[in-house]
Design a protein around this ligand. Sequence first.
Ligand code: ZN
Ligand code: ZN
Length: 590
Amino acid sequence: MKSENPIFNHPTLQLLEKCETLRTLKQLHAHMITTGLALHTYPLSKLLLLSSTLAITYALSIFNQIPNPTIFLFNTLISSLTNHRHHTHIAFSLYNRVLSHKIITPNSFTFPSLFKACGSDPWFYHGRALHTHVLKFLGPACDHFVQASLLNFYAKCGKVGVSRYLFNQISQPDLATWNSILAAYARSASSGCDTSLSLEVLCFFNEMQSSSIRPNEVSIVALVSACADLGALSQGAWAHTYVLKNNLKLNRFVGTALLDMYSKCGCLDLAYQLFDQLRERDTSCYNAMIGGFAVHGYGHRALSLYERMRLEGLVPDDVTFVVAMCACSHVGLVVEGCEIFESMKEVYGIEPKLEHYGCLVDLLGRAGRLKEAEERVRTMPMHPNAILWRSLLGAARVHGNLEIGEVALKHLIQLEPETSGNYVLLSNMYASIDRWDDVNRIRKLMKDHGINKMPGSSLVEIGGAMHEFLMGDKTHPYSKEVYLKLEEINRRLSEYGHKPRTKEVLFDIEEEEKEDALSYHSERLAIAFALLASDSTSVPIRIIKNLRVCYDCHVSAKLISLIYVREIIVRDRNRFHHFKDGMCSCLDYW
Ligand code: ZN
Ligand code: ZN
């Protein structure tokens, strides 16, 4: 139909497509007025689209001169405006004009772009009002695009439950809708620390597979990032094979997700192999690989990749600076890290953000330059957040600087009165120097705030299935065997001269229970189970832990890797530990 109407192929429209300046745009506009082309909706929509990208005021003045703009023209301009965050308010004022219009009403093309615009901060509230408009104008059975955009909107506001509800209303979800729900859950999972959302992604993906819809690259990215979060290596590797077998594109999005997954599952070599093979590599791709090297403790490799990235002409972004500084931090390259921080502003003209100050404080703190770190926190241009104070507290704990630790905790309790980790850090600090009165004081403080310690949990993958263990957990079907194995492990550990260091054990555990409690930390149960489940020494044991590994478990894991000749890879909240032949890749610095 399009080719039959001469207006669609008018030479002026072809010129319009090539137009790059406001000057030529105005010339073409004048030409369209004289030829009468400007009276037709389609050429007008093209003109509006282009002018809204070149000069928004000009676009609006064109629009205001259209005698009876159709809903198509309204939609065109609204959607173009919502591509720029600071034009959202103009888009909404146009939408208001649609609402007060006597003849036209919003249709299913009006809403998706507005919902997209509502997905970022001050606009959340408007999105919910807009939802009622969808019900009013389109009814509950609106088309898939509107449903998908609604679902995405709620997911971005962190309301995945509502997204799921909307998803369940759709009788036969198409590919776009499946991808929306997959991405919604994957995104929410990566922004928090709730692994159950990632498990949901895996469930949704299985459901999708049993429908007639075939996953595409977007679905795979969501699946793979969920696998990365869970440390579900076999499922992640399966996704990789799926891409290859079904001729899906190994584009930079899929490639980055896969290499990030391999790296987060502890297979840094596979991650690097993939990185090397990728044809198109952008900044995010480099960020994932540099970040991978960083958390695995290969600071120097991370930095040389950072160098290579710049040589390739790619411009570092906010994330690059975070991962590069984090790489320096993990291996104590203080000078290099500080240089990177300074280069942000001096070389790239990027103003450091809160997270960059966070990296800097972490870097200085770990290196024992606590005074300097504290000074940075006090003098930075924005208000320090809890993460910053926590890394200062962490550094104070490692270097035994109580004075700074106490200051940091005071700020932390104000910012996050309900986070148990903060109290635990300081309390462990007091415990390590036998200041038990202070330990009790902190314990009382926690009680007063009604806080319970977050239970440690470890995930381990055996034969493609994920097994979860909590501290002191007895719910696993092989619990009895696991505890027997644990006894054997403890016996062999003490044969090797291991004496549990109990000082760091949680203060809410009675003294006599301490030694026991240590050996029941979730990662110990997971290791015992993995040793039981497979004795093939060539397969490393991979564990994902939600908290930081404690001192005693770290020492024990090193010894177990030696005694049982088994590589153990633990991803804790901060980083990776590769335990092999009695050593750990973090060189006891974590
Ligand atoms: Zn432990
Ligand atoms: Zn380690």
